[in-house]
Design a protein around this ligand. Structure first.
Ligand code: GRG
Length: 342
């Protein structure tokens, strides 16, 4: 058995054990199982992150990438991000999957590609012509570690390669096409790139709250939302579930940006791995400048609660323990996000 296959097998057994313990904890009110579930939840999620890491790592082993380009792409991609977008994509795929217990694994190349797009956006966002930051993921930013030209190309390489991996999923072509279409829309000029443009234009200006919401929805929200929605689309979820998952992603996306704005004031550079105070230095309108710290925290909590409720509603009538167990991850993501600022 190859190492990759061995890893897959370990992941399956961990995942089915995870679902089994969920069942005992909640349906049989078994306290020992509750403790075991907490432990295995953490273990299963760390294992899933490792799975994403392994996949990302191997995408950069292509011999044909010029060495400096491959090193700079690896430098930023493997710098230890939280991998929230691929985790959301895989978890939404799992909660929607109707076909086989292992179907969600075919979504992995797509999920990993979302992290490549996210990393490209961070590299370009940090450039002197944009936010001009010198610390990211606890390390010097890509243009500081290499040079501006290399950092621009590292971002370009990650963005473009992402489409190669997205279309490499072993899933029905119609679903892959729809997920790629949604993702292009989310990260292109109508989505993330458009949001970044609005962000540049808003520097040093006061914008209205409605304008701020549009900016954030495009710049940060669209990729998080598409991460969730793609998971549902790729696994063939029905229209109602797809819509609900997209709403979950939207709520998570707004909460994520509010929390980022709060942490830019209250956060710790060491823990965040990036400099704080950059919004104030760049004279940006943020949730905090519009609603204050407490107001922003309250809003973040409301959006996180909304996300929790949406998942509750999706899983309400199911007896599928795999889906019920997965609910924990999606709800915990929302809870944990709110707790970062509470
Ligand atoms: C350059 C086209 C282009 C877009 C840039 C992503 C982005 C748009 C700007 C980043 C500015 C920023 C800090 C936005 C707040 C939300 C955000 C994307 C935070 C970083 O994401 P995390 O916390 O980071 O998931 P890790 O490092 O864990 O992946």
């Amino acid at each position: 058995m190859t190492n990759e296959k061995k890893h897959d097998t370990a992941l399956f057994s961990l995942d089915s054990n995870y679902a089994r313990l969920y069942h005992s904890q909640y349906l049989h009110k078994d306290n020992d199982a509750a403790e075991a579930f907490k432990k295995i939840h953490k273990e299963a999620m760390l294992n899933r992150v490792q799975f994403i890491e392994n996949y990302l790592n191997q995408t950069l082993l292509q011999q044909e990438i010029p060495s400096r380009l491959s090193q700079s792409m690896r430098y930023s991609l493997m710098a230890g991000g939280k991998r929230i977008r691929p985790m959301l994509c895989l978890s939404c795929a799992k909660i929607c999957s109707e076909e086989s217990e292992t179907q969600w694994l075919s979504v992995l190349p797509f999920a990993a590609a979302l992290e490549m797009i996210h990393t490209y956006s961070l590299i370009h966002d940090d450039l002197p012509a944009m936010d001009n930051d010198d610390l990211r993921r606890g390390k010097p930013t890509c243009h500081k570690a290499y040079d501006e030209g290399t950092a621009i190309l590292a971002g370009d390489g990650l963005l473009t390669d992402a489409f190669y991996y997205m279309t490499s999923c072993d899933l029905p072509a119609k679903r892959v096409l729809e997920a790629v279409r949604l993702t292009s829309l989310a990260v292109g000029s109508q989505g993330m790139v458009g949001g970044q443009m609005l962000d540049l234009e808003a520097e040093g200006k006061q914008i209205t709250h409605d304008e701020l919401c549009v900016l954030n929805a495009k710049k940060t929200g669209a990729l998080l939302r598409t991460a969730c929605e793609s998971g549902a689309v790729l696994t063939g979820a029905n229209e109602k579930t797809q819509k609900a998952i997209a709403e979950y992603g939207k709520a998570i996306g707004i909460a994520f940006q509010i929390i980022d704005d709060v942490l830019d004031i209250e956060g710790d550079t060491k823990l965040l791995g990036k400099n704080v105070g950059s919004d104030t230095n760049n004279e940006k309108s943020t949730w905090v400048s519009h609603m204050g710290l407490d107001g922003s925290k309250k809003q973040a909590k409301l959006y996180c609660d909304e996300a929790v409720q949406i998942i509750e509603d999706i899983t309400d009538n199911t007896h599928d323990i795999t889906k019920l167990a997965e609910m924990t991850f999606l709800q915990k993501t929302a809870h944990d996000m709110a707790h970062r600022v509470y």
